[in-house]
Design a binder for this molecule. Sequence first.
Ligand code: GLU
Length: 474
Amino acid sequence: MDGLVSNPASSFLASIDLNFRAAMAFLDLPEGLAERIIQCNSTYTVRFGVRLRGRMYSFVGWRSVHSEHCEPVKGGIRYAPDSDAEEVEALAALMTLKCALVDVPFGGSKGALKIDPREWTPQELERITRRFTQELNKRGLIGPGLNVPAPDVGTSEREMAWMVDEFRRANPTDVVNARACVTGKPLSKGGIAGRTEATGRGVQFAIQCYLRDTRTAGISGRRDLKGASVIVQGFGNVGYHSGKFLSEDDGARIVLIAERDGFVSNPEGLPVEALKQHQLRTGSILGFEGATSFAGEMSGIEEECDILIPAAMENAIHIENAERIKARLVVEAANGPVTFQADRILRSGGATILPDLYVNAGGVVVSYFEWVKNLTHIPFGLMERRRRERRNHTIATALERMTGKTFPADMRDEFLEGGAEIDLVRSGLEDVMRSAWSNIADLLASQPKLGDYRTAAYTVAIRRIAAAYEAIGI
Ligand code: GLU
């Protein structure tokens, strides 16, 4: 099979290729289809200039469309100084697999701008983002039915707001659905409640699904997170929300958080929200009181813990450091944080890995809800909220009359509440994460030879993509 063209110097694309081949061994696809599925359909490179600080600056960016078996295609845009076309192609392939696994109706795409956002002011970043959007628009690489970007590393709802605004300006006669041209927007620009927290929330649901499933090893046989020690690598949006939810909702101890300039640790558990406030104030997690700070390159991910959550960049766990990782459960909140070889080393040492295409799918799932909300032009729950509140009120009153007792005050509000957008988004996301977990775990249980959750997840995803290709006859 002539699959991805992978550069051995960068193991991210090569790892996806190898994972794909591992799953292929368990699938009996018609000749040539596997190659069609794994190949990246197109990668557009754009170079453009922006006049800033009294001179012209040139920028380079990419948008890859990995698969159009389902349209629009979907995936984030990252702003990172080390991005290149190969990385973007690997990320786009992962988007195709991720969307298929969680059954959201998108093909996979991804974009990047080779830029260090910390070197530019917000005003400069706005001008750069608007120019990039114009270039994408010219080539049909942004649009509600074509290609729908979202935030990724180095971008946030701010960049999405600029992009949607620029897209509307460039397409003044097509305003009705224009808001659906990107997701991850601020609420005031057509965003949805719960999109910013979505990937971290999905990480929490993924771990809960794993622990509740009695077929899994749990954490040393345990099935809940109370007191479990967790190390988080990367304290951006995903690392922060994962750590916050696991500690505040589930009682886990976040014992160490690592960033590019060092790590902070506290065996009692770090107060994640306070640490975030410290990072926002000072620009670093180091120097946080109530924790020991370790400055420098040492990453901290090799320390003792129950769960390791790599939530930063690809290839964080590789052939050089995999043997020193002590966590029993590695939860891939980032895209591609464990290389193919490192995966084998971790598993042969007895660790379990929950794979990226499942663990971090929460972002694109809630993006899907946002896109649907933009296209239907009606907030989720609007039609039935009051009716549900009235019905629940009637049930509560009936119960009180029949039993002669009053409804417990602490449950009353939650019971009567008719379903705000955030509750519907969280429950929709939980449902999707649970179904995807069942698909993966059931397949692995029925075919133990698959060997691990990643191969099972790839198999579920590839089967769905193959079925879509077969159905459309290409
Ligand atoms: N950038 C996120 C990811 O890697 C979200 C993509 C999206 O919402 O389209 O999954």
